[in-house]
Design a protein around this ligand. Structure first.
Ligand code: SAH
Length: 419
C-alpha cells in the first residue's frame, strides 16, 4: 500500500509539476520520504534518514515526509527536524501538489475522502498493476495504529476500480494486485452509490476484464473469509492461488485481547477449508509475539497453529507498543528478551517447515509470469501460487506466462528452465 501511495505521489508530480525521478540524491530538488508506522523501528529510522539526506542533498532541495508516521506525528516532525519542509499524511496523497510550495505545511486530516480521487498514471512496473479497492480501516485491533493514521474505511466505487485496471491492462499489465487493509470487507461503505456490495462480487466483475490474466489481493481478514469468498477464490481461474491469512496469535485468549473477532479454532477451520477447496494454494500469515500478557501457554498455541497450517510464508514481529492504541496502555507488557526468544523459536521452526516445502518443489512445473530483468542474463517472475523464480532469459520473456520446471531450490526463491 505504501508503494502504491508512492506511485500516486510520483504520478501527481510528473503530471502537474515540473518534476521527474532521479536516482542521484545530489540532483534532487525534492526528496520525499514515505513512511510506515506499524512498528516503532521505522519511525526512529525516519529521523536518521532525514539527517543523512540533509547532509548530502543540494542546499535548495526540499524534504517532505509522507505516509503513516506523517499522519500520527504531524507537526511534531517539523519540531524535531526543522529541515523538513512539509508533512503529508497517508490519507492526503492527493494534496501533494498543494503542500510542496507551502513552507512547513502539515496536511494530515484522516477524515479526508480520497476514495474517488483519480490519481495520475504512474507504475514502477508496467507488467503488474497495484490498485487500491479501499482506503482506511474500520477495525479496532488493540495493537494497531493503522486506523488512527489512515482513518475510517471507505470502499472505492467498483466502476473506478475496473476503469483503472482496464487502463493498466491496455498499458501491458496481465496481473493486478488489489490493495486494502481488509480487502474482503469491501462494500460496507462507499462514498457514492455502487451496485456491488461484497468482495466476492467485485472479484467476479474484475475477472471479466479482457486481457487480465491474474488477480492477487492483500490483505484479507480471517473474520470475513466466508464460504462464498473461499469458493470464489478456489474456482475462479484468474485468481492466483496464494492467500494471506493474518493470524497475529494462535491463542484465543490473546486474540480476544487483540479484538481480532475470531478464535484459534475459527482460524484453523478457515485454513483447512482453503486446503480442502484448493490443495495447490499457498497460505501466508502475519504473527505478533510478545503481545501484552502472552503466557508460555498462549505462545504454544501459536506454535501449534504453525504446525497445523504449515504456512508457506510467515511475516513475524515482536509486539511494538504504538501510540493511539489500546494495548500500549495494557499493564502486563512482556519483557523484550523473552519476546525475542519466542520470536527466534517461532522463526526457527518456520524455517524448517519452509525448507521442507521448498525442497519438495524440485522437478515441479509452474506457470511463471516474468516481470523483471535481472543482472547476468537472468529474469525473474512469480508462479501462480506466489513463488519467486529466477531463470536464464532475456527481454522476450518479459510479460509472458511460461511453463518452468524447477531445477534448483532454496528458501527464498526457485531456479528453473523453460519446458
Ligand atoms: N490490515 C492488515 C494489517 C496491516 S499492518 C491486516 O490485518 O493484515 C501489517 C502487520 O503488521 C500486521 O498484520 C501485524 O502482524 C503487524 N503489526 C501491526 N501492529 C503491530 C504492532 N504494534 N507490533 C508488532 N507488529 C504489528
Amino acid at each position: 500500500m505504501n508503494v502504491r501511495d508512492s506511485e500516486h505521489i510520483i504520478a501527481e508530480l510528473n503530471q502537474k509539476e515540473p518534476y521527474e525521478l532521479t536516482d542521484n540524491l545530489k540532483d534532487a530538488d525534492l526528496i520525499i520520504i514515505n513512511t510506515c508506522s506499524v512498528r516503532e523501528k521505522p519511525v526512529a529510522k525516519l529521523f536518521s534518514e532525514i539527517g543523512v539526506f540533509n547532509k548530502h542533498k543540494k542546499k535548495s532541495a526540499k524534504i517532505g515526509v509522507a505516509g503513516c508516521t506523517a499522519s500520527h506525528l504531524g507537526k511534531e516532525i517539523i519540531k524535531r527536524a526543522p529541515v523538513v519542509d512539509f508533512v503529508l499524511g497517508a490519507r492526503n496523497v492527493s494534496k501533494i501538489t498543494e503542500v510542496i510550495d507551502k513552507k512547513h505545511a502539515v496536511e494530515i486530516n484522516t477524515d479526508f475522502d480520497e476514495s474517488t480521487y483519480a490519481f495520475g498514471e504512474y507504475r514502477s512496473n508496467t507488467f503488474k498493476a497495484m490498485v487500491n479497492i479501499s482506503i482506511g480501516c474500520d477495525k479496532s485491533c488493540t495493537f494497531c495504529i493503522v486506523p488512527a493514521t489512515r482513518g475510517d474505511e471507505i470502499s472505492i466505487p467498483s466502476a473506478l476500480i475496473v476503469q483503472e485496471i482496464t487502463k493498466a491492462v491496455a498499458n501491458g499489465a496481465k496481473e493486478v494486485m488489489l490493495l486494502g487493509q481488509n480487502v474482503n470487507h469491501y462494500g460496507r461503505r462507499f462514498s457514492g452509490m455502487d451496485e456491488i456490495d461484497n468482495f466476492t462480487q467485485l472479484l467476479q466483475k474484475i475477472s471479466q476484464i479482457e486481457g487480465l490474466e491474474r488477480i492477487r489481493f492483500t490483505s484479507p481478514h480471517p473474520l470475513h473469509m466466508d464460504d462464498a469468498f473461499l469458493e470464489e477464490f478456489a474456482s475462479n481461474p484468474k485468481i492466483c492461488k496464494q492467500i494471506h491469512v493474518p493470524l497475529q496469535s494462535g491463542s484465543t485468549r490473546v486474540l480476544q485481547q487483540m479484538k481480532r473477532g475470531y478464535t484459534k479454532e475459527n482460524f484453523i477451520n478457515r485454513c483447512e477449508k482453503i486446503r480442502t477447496l484448493c490443495p495447490q494454494a499457498t497460505i501466508s500469515t502475519d504473527i505478533i509475539v510478545g503481545f501484552p500478557g502472552e503466557s508460555e501457554i498462549d505462545f504454544e498455541d501459536t506454535m501449534e497453529v504453525l504446525e497445523k497450517v504449515r504456512f508457506e510464508q510467515m511475516f513475524s514481529f515482536k509486539y511494538s507498543p504504538r501510540p493511539h492504541t489500546e494495548a500500549a496502555a495494557f499493564e502486563d507488557q512482556i519483557d523484550d528478551a523473552l519476546a525475542g526468544e519466542r520470536l527466534t523459536k517461532l522463526q526457527t521452526r518456520h524455517t524448517e517447515i519452509l525448507d521442507e516445502i521448498m525442497d519438495a518443489q524440485m522437478g515441479k512445473i509452474h506457470k511463471v509470469y516474468f516481470d523483471e530483468l535481472k543482472p547476468n542474463g537472468r529474469i525473474s517472475g512469480r508462479s501462480d501460487d506466489g513463488k519467486l523464480f529466477f531463470v536464464k532469459g532475456s527481454e522476450e520473456l518479459l510479460g509472458c506466462i511460461v511453463d518452468i520446471k524447477v531445477t534448483k531450490t532454496s528458501r527464498g526463491a526457485l531456479e528453473g528452465v523453460l519446458v
